[in-house]
Design a protein around this ligand. Structure first.
Ligand code: AMP
Ligand code: MG
Length: 298
């Protein structure tokens, strides 16, 4: 992977969303990622690794982190743990003494990490604050001019960013809900604390994030004048209706969410109205992203 060794950036698929990847040990490469995304430098990046062994070179995992990695890696779960010296560069951690690490499950990302043989910082390949890209076309549209190489990997199977859990002093904290659900984490860890003080370190939690241009209205029963409606479950179809999952399947709705927000936005509507989504399982992550797309989280 010559581009990565030369501190250039690569668009890569993962099973969650497309990422803009660069050498996480290189200030140069990481600075280029922040600049490309116009991302505030206080928002640390997730370091992607090939496997647990590679994770342990950059992070100090306690017993809880080890159990989670064993249960869910490779997969859509990011673990925040104390950083090891010489692991990823300061800028990738935004100066924190902790590091966020994930081993992705997509075959293209896994092959890239294996070939590179080092940690890759790879935030979602969108300009900061915008919906994450779940296809290469959407990623190219956002940041195609910033990457030296773009890898095709099809539509992302999950479609939402990874679950983020911090394993520092005190109880484990769910910093960002995702496809590894709260229920699945609790089975392994017992009770989770709220994001609390760690939340400030996780700007995926910023109020307006993952946002299209058009205003987003939640809990809608149908489209108002000039609105596009994102339905969930059986619904009368009309030209202004896109259905996240006609059968009411949360995994299908998650996989469609960002692509549908982009497609709705492309029609330049008065607004995007979204049906109520149940809050259990993967629904927690979908509702979280929608609340932020609507600017409804403080
Ligand atoms: P993104 O790269 O856009 O998917 O966002 C990465 C998420 O992980 C953000 O919410 C970050 O704030 C969070 N994150 C990354 N590193 C850390 C860290 N050291 N401590 C807490 N959260 C982190
Ligand atoms: Mg992102």
């Amino acid at each position: 992977m010559r581009a990565l060794r030369e501190d250039l950036l690569v668009l890569t698929p993962t099973e969650t969303v497309y990422g803009l990847a660069g050498d996480a040990r290189s200030d140069h490469a990481v600075a280029a990622i922040y600049a490309a995304k116009d991302r505030p430098q206080f928002n640390p990046l997730i370091a992607h690794v090939a496997d647990l062994e590679a994770a342990l070179r950059i992070a100090a995992f306690d017993d809880r982190a080890l159990r989670l990695a064993e249960a869910f890696w490779p997969g859509p779960l990011t673990l925040v743990a104390p950083a090891r010296a010489g692991g990823v560069c300061d800028l990738a951690r935004a100066g924190l003494d902790t590091v966020a690490v994930r081993s992705p499950a997509h075959p293209v990302a896994m092959a890239l990490l294996k070939a590179f043989n080092g940690p890759l910082a790879a935030p979602s390949a969108n300009r900061s604050g915008r919906p994450s890209p779940t296809t290469l076309v959407a990623a190219m549209d956002e940041l195609g001019d910033k990457a030296a190489v773009a890898l095709e990997g099809g539509a992302c199977a999950v479609g939402l960013e990874s679950t983020v859990v911090s394993l520092l002093e005190g109880p484990p904290r769910l910093l960002r809900p995702g496809a590894v659900t709260r229920e699945a984490l609790v089975e392994i860890l017992g009770p989770l604390a709220d994001a609390g003080a760690d939340a400030r370190r996780s700007p995926g939690r910023l109020a307006r994030h993952y946002a299209p241009q058009a205003p987003v209205r939640l809990g809608a029963e149908g489209p108002g004048p000039g609105e596009v409606f994102l339905a969930f479950g059986p619904s009368d179809q009309g030209p202004a209706v896109m259905n996240l999952s006609p059968s009411g399947d949360l995994a299908e709705a998650a996989a469609n969410l960002f692509a549908f927000l982009r497609a709705a936005d492309a029609r330049a509507p008065v607004g995007i109205a979204v049906a109520d989504i149940p809050g259990d399982g993967l629904g927690e992550a979908i509702r979280d992203r929608l609340a932020r797309a609507a600017g409804k989280v403080g």
